[in-house]
Design a protein around this ligand. Structure first.
Ligand code: ATP
Ligand code: FE
Length: 347
């Protein structure tokens, strides 16, 4: 079983060819960071146009790298949501065109299911497991019990952690994306030099909050500027270290609770924030304390890519799922309902 995956839900245009034996024959990602850099965020209109321009080329490149023609594949999987609707529509339209032209079956995939099922592609693990999705746009705990069985145990009530890293970097005059910049700066800082809150830690459950932390960083910055007449390099490093430590501590404690609820043998992470060394170490400690295996897929498969979409397509296809030409692009699509019939699903 060999499947083409197509992804265009945010600011990466991607195509990949993956087999049911977990072989990634190709994975092409065309990022748009430079296109949006001047605007301080992803501009939906620009993203949609770029996806429309690049999707064809990405698919061609993915097929060429896999050394396969479309006719040699078994199905076409495409992200049908959630995401920026213009981009999702561009991907779904291309997938429908390819399916109609080739006669291959079409399978719509939930982008979050793609992230959540990635450890099965990279490490071949079985169900159930706990997935912590921590990215620029998402933060949630999912108990994954089957290809279409996701239980959300908790998540952020405001910002995603990657978003918080990006905003903190902006406040401190560091470059974007903020995560790597803040982590590099934190390396020379003292996390205890500045006191920051631990949002929602005093409340039961697995929900998280990051917007208050960002506000506390703003206050710490302004206090330092008022005191020193400017933001000293060493103080900036301390703020970064304190912020990173707060995020790591909150994520670790909430993960401990989620693991207690989930009763699973594996903790897996996905999303760009999982690249952070301090956060990763904190999560590894929790996993070790709890006696579960810790899994972090390679970064290229943790961030947006089409190999995960092809794989999620393989999982759905194997369950007999097919979508018709009425497959809808959906801006919102909570994972809990991924098992529900898709709008206009064929079967
Ligand atoms: P989504 O995939 O949820 O739509 P996204 O595309 O913004 O969102 P990713 O590509 O998974 O998310 O990750 C990007 C985010 O990860 C950015 O917010 C970035 O700052 C953050 N990030 C990357 N590296 C690090 C790091 N070393 N430490 C902390 N955060 C990081
Ligand atoms: Fe994503």
């Amino acid at each position: 079983l060999t499947v083409l995956g197509i992804e265009s839900s945010c600011d990466d245009t991607a195509a990949a060819v993956v087999t049911a034996e977990r072989r990634i024959l190709s994975s092409v990602v065309s990022g748009q960071t430079a296109l949006h850099a001047a605007f301080g965020g992803v501009v939906p209109e620009i993203a949609a146009r770029a996806h429309a321009e690049r999707l064809d080329l990405c698919v061609e490149a993915a097929l060429a790298q896999a050394g396969l023609r479309l006719g040699a594949l078994d199905a076409i999987a495409v992200t049908a949501g959630p995401g920026l609707i213009g981009g999702v529509m561009a991907g779904v339209m291309l997938a429908k065109g390819l399916a109609a032209g080739s006669g291959l079956p079409l399978v719509g995939v939930n982008h979050l299911a793609g992230h959540a099922l990635t450890p099965r592609l990279t490490d071949g693990i079985g169900f159930p497991y706990l997935m912590l999705l921590v990215s620029g746009g998402h933060c949630q705990f999912l108990r994954v019990a089957g290809p279409e069985d996701f239980a959300r145990l908790g998540g952020t009530i405001d910002d995603a952690p990657g978003e918080a890293f990006d905003k903190v970097a902006k406040l401190l005059g560091l470059s974007q994306p903020g995560g790597p910049a803040v982590e590099a700066e934190a390396a020379s800082g003292d996390p205890r030099a500045i006191g920051l809150p631990r949002p929602l830690l005093d409340r039961p459950g697995c929900d998280l909050s990051f917007s208050g932390l960002k506000t506390a960083v703003l206050r710490a910055r302004d206090e330092a500027i008022a005191r020193d007449g400017g933001l000293r390099r060493a103080v900036r490093a301390d703020i970064c270290a304190a912020f990173q430590a707060a995020v790591a501590e909150v994520l670790a404690e909430k993960t401990r609770r989620a693991l207690a609820l989930a009763e699973v043998p594996v903790l897996a992470v996905a999303g760009g924030v999982a690249a952070n060394g301090a956060i990763r170490a904190a999560l590894e400690t929790v996993a070790a304390d709890t006696g579960v295996r810790f899994l972090a897929p390679p970064l290229a498969l943790c961030t947006d890519n089409a190999a995960m979409i092809a794989w999620a397509g393989i999982e759905r296809f194997s369950l007999g799922r097919r979508d018709g030409m009425d497959l809808a692009a959906r801006p919102r699509w909570p994972l809990d309902t991924a098992a529900a019939p898709m709008l206009g699903a064929g079967k």
